[in-house]
Design a protein around this ligand. Structure first.
Ligand SMILES: Nc1ncnc2c1ncn2[C@@H]1O[C@H](COP(=O)(O)OP(=O)(O)O)[C@@H](O)[C@H]1O
Ligand SMILES: [Mg+2]
Length: 253
């Protein structure tokens, strides 16, 4: 292993060469009970890329992220999920998290009664895994300023930053962001975009789900559009931005 890889293990693919897909969803099917919500989804993400996962309300975006994070619901019935050569489809959620899949859910789940710093330290799983507090505070200066403040008293944008920061305190190979811009003012959206761009510059692979498709596409290299649990489009972010028909049909923008 090179020195660089030793310094920065999370940013180096270990199982495959950088040219091969780092993350693969191959024909995944998932159900909430009888309800068939992820209907044979296929896509790949290259190492260090940001993928925008788009589609109307109810298209299956959250369900797809939950399936990737290996939560029990929806239940994965068929298909394969691979991260850096590891069979994620065979894992439980704690194993997926240990492997480096970190989901930042839509509701952010900041723990009440804990300070910003306590929310972060509670996310730590083992010494030397993930970012330490100094590194997090370097990338999230607003959180550094408010480290002793109770997490749930932060603004919506700051709580989103805290939720992302918490993911960085764990083993992070694939960051899953579910509607990080929801309910936030454009100026805060830009600030969070800046942070996600910094994370991208560090080589961390990200899937971003957003209703604000334009903002997500500004960050993204490529896009997948879901429609009723199926992939309706795969291509570059620019192909979506340039295709008015596609945007109108699936994104209403
Ligand atoms: N817990 C659940 N139980 C049953 N059906 C669900 C549940 N959560 C979501 N669904 C259904 O699954 C489909 C996909 O939902 P979801 O993945 O949340 O869509 P999106 O995130 O794209 O808005 C929708 O039809 C939704 O009603
Ligand atoms: Mg959703």
């Amino acid at each position: 292993m090179s020195t660089l890889a030793m310094d920065n293990p999370a940013t180096k693919p270990t199982g495959q060469s950088a040219e091969k897909p780092f993350f693969i969803c191959h024909d995944i099917h998932a159900y909430y009970g009888e309800s068939y919500v992820v209907q044979g989804v296929n896509f790949e993400v290259r190492h260090g890329e940001v993928l925008a996962l788009l589609g109307r309300n109810g298209a299956g975006k959250t369900s797809t992220l939950r399936t990737i994070a290996r939560l029990d619901n929806p239940a994965l019935q068929r298909g394969e999920i691979w991260l850096d050569g590891q069979p994620v489809h065979a894992m439980k959620s704690f194993e997926a998290a240990r492997t480096g899949i970190q989901l930042v859910p839509e509701d952010r789940r900041i723990i009440q009664g804990l300070t910003v710093e306590e929310n972060l330290t509670l996310a730590q799983v083992a010494p030397g895994v993930g970012w330490d507090l100094d590194r997090v505070f370097g990338h999230f200066p607003r959180l550094a300023e408010r480290r002793r403040q109770e997490g749930t008293t932060l603004s919506g944008g700051e709580q989103q930053m805290l939720a992302i920061a918490r993911a960085m305190m764990r083993n992070i190979k694939l960051l899953l962001l579910d509607e990080p811009y929801e309910g936030l003012a454009p100026v805060i959206v830009h600030e969070i975009e800046g942070i996600v761009n910094e994370i991208k510059a560090l080589g961390i692979t990200t899937i971003i789900v957003e209703q604000n498709a334009v903002a997500a596409l500004r960050l993204a290299d490529r896009a997948v559009i879901l429609d009723t649990g199926e992939v309706a489009f795969t291509g570059t972010a620019n192909e979506v931005l340039d295709n008015a028909e596609l945007r109108q049909q699936y994104l209403a923008i």
